[in-house]
Design a binder for this molecule. Structure first.
Ligand SMILES: *Cc1c(COP(=O)(O)O)cnc(C)c1O
Length: 437
């Protein structure tokens, strides 16, 4: 059932003024490029506060949020358990640069939730997690090269900026200046969902590849699930060639299931990276593996990795509160998937009603709408989407107070705080917007 709503025209005046001021002292006015709305045009929204499923901006608009800080706020904004944990911790000091008990508590909980890992090291971002995991893979195997997939994003460290997804692609500069040729040479690019391509690369770089790093469910070229047999095939190829398989679960970890994609799709990786949800909205990343691999890390082993603020008490308190909620209430993962399916059906119907060509990809609580005719299975098919239609769609939704990612190369993130009324309002907005696409 689609309820009728009138077109809203939200005003975003103060946000524009704040953006103008920001641009004078911050490059592009933002601290992470995708926030600047370059791919869709217009000025970004400045947030004042957020609660549950809603953002409240500087113009006093209420927006339904489908980004949720790019994933971390899986329980909704300002969740009481997380906020209380941080506030109470802050009263006792915010950083020591010395060990604290809470680091062991969150490590033990993460290790108990995720299959196939014995030890976990905490860092400050997903970028750091992936960068460190690759260094450890190289140190452990004694090999230099890595395979990554076109369209997968593993943060902005040099080895990964070879043809990254989201940010870099959005700006049409897949190879960032500043990355040396030497670094680029050690990163081999494969096509997502194309096992034969991976096998070719492995064969022609025999005994040189340390690891394959992959988003086991891709989220940085929209949502692209692995085709049946793809991850299993990667696992066998890695075993056959003595290569470590690294699942970058910065986006999928603690989102698609308690144990992430390893558990959901029943494929084991050798190393896992985390970020986003594991920090409960504070800057946290982590990487984990079986003991024999993790023991190669300093101070136990020779592979160096460190961080002044790593394991920061506020960050650990937020992360521990978040993981505890998810561990104690695993039905959340099903209710998230149900809500996402409901949204999928509603959006499909609304777009069909107005003959808008589209493809929707979904797995669990990740979903993306592509204005493309063909199935979207890799970076090339994702790039075929009509960006002009996406821009109109984005701004139309914003006019209705619905905030989706300001780039066609992003997944939407569903939060448990969304009600079915919110979803109906969103579907009704799609119906209105689709009329004008
Ligand atoms: C967000 C993301 C990263 C980078 O994490 P940051 O915290 O932004 O550095 C790495 N990998 C994946 C899959 C991501 O989605």
């Amino acid at each position: 059932m689609t309820k009728k709503i009138s077109i809203k025209h939200m005003i975003y005046q103060r946000s524009s003024a704040l953006f103008a001021a920001a641009q004078k002292v911050i490059p592009g006015g933002v601290n992470s490029p995708v926030r600047a709305f370059k791919a869709v045009g217009g000025d970004p929204i400045f947030v004042k506060e957020a609660r549950g499923a809603y953002l409240y901006d500087e113009d006093e608009n209420r927006l339904i949020d489908y980004i949720n800080s790019w994933g971390p706020m899986i329980l909704g904004h300002a969740h009481p358990a997380v906020v209380n944990a941080v506030v109470e911790k802050a009263k006792k000091g915010t950083s020591f640069g010395m060990p604290t008990e809470i680091e062991t508590q969150i490590a033990a909980l993460a290790v108990s939730m995720v299959p196939n890992i014995d030890k976990i090291r905490f860092v400050n971002s997903g970028t750091e997690a992936c960068m460190s995991a690759v260094r450890l893979a190289r140190g452990y195997t004694g090999k230099d090269k890595i395979i990554k997939f076109a369209g997968c994003y593993h943060g902005h460290s040099d080895s990964f900026l070879i043809q990254a997804g989201s940010g870099a692609v959005t700006f049409g500069s897949p190879n960032s200046p500043g990355v040396t040729k030497g670094t680029a040479q050690d990163t081999l690019l494969a096509r997502y969902n194309d096992l034969a391509h991976v096998e070719d690369i492995m064969t022609s770089n025999k005994d040189e590849i340390a690891c394959v790093i992959i988003e086991p469910v891709a989220g940085n070229m929209g949502c692209i699930p692995p085709e049946k047999g793809f991850l299993e095939g990667l696992r066998s190829l890695c075993d056959a060639h003595n290569i470590l398989l690294v699942f970058d679960e910065v986006m999928t970890g603690f989102r698609l299931s308690k144990g992430g994609v390893q558990e959901l799709l029943d494929v084991n990786a050798d190393m896992i990276t985390f970020g986003k949800v594991i920090g409960g909205g504070l800057p946290v990343g982590a990487f984990a593996a079986r003991e024999e691999i993790m023991n190669h890390l300093a101070p136990l082993g020779p592979v160096y990795q460190a961080g002044t603020l790593s394991g920061n008490p506020l960050a650990m308190a937020a992360g521990l509160a978040m993981l505890t909620e998810l561990n104690d209430n695993p039905e959340i993962f099903n209710s998230l998937a149900d809500k996402t399916e409901y949204l999928h059906k509603g959006i499909t119907k609304a777009l069909h009603n107005h003959n808008v060509i589209h493809t929707i990809n979904r797995l669990g609580s990740m979903i993306s709408v592509h204005f493309a005719e063909d199935k979207v299975v890799d970076f090339d098919t994702a790039a075929k989407g009509n960006n002009d239609t996406f821009k109109k769609f984005f701004h139309g939704m914003l006019d209705h107070g619905i905030y989706i990612a300001p780039s066609a190369f992003e997944s939407w993130f569903i939060t448990d705080a969304l009600t079915y009324e919110d979803l109906d309002e969103t579907i009704a907005a799609v119906e209105n917007v689709a009329r004008r696409l």
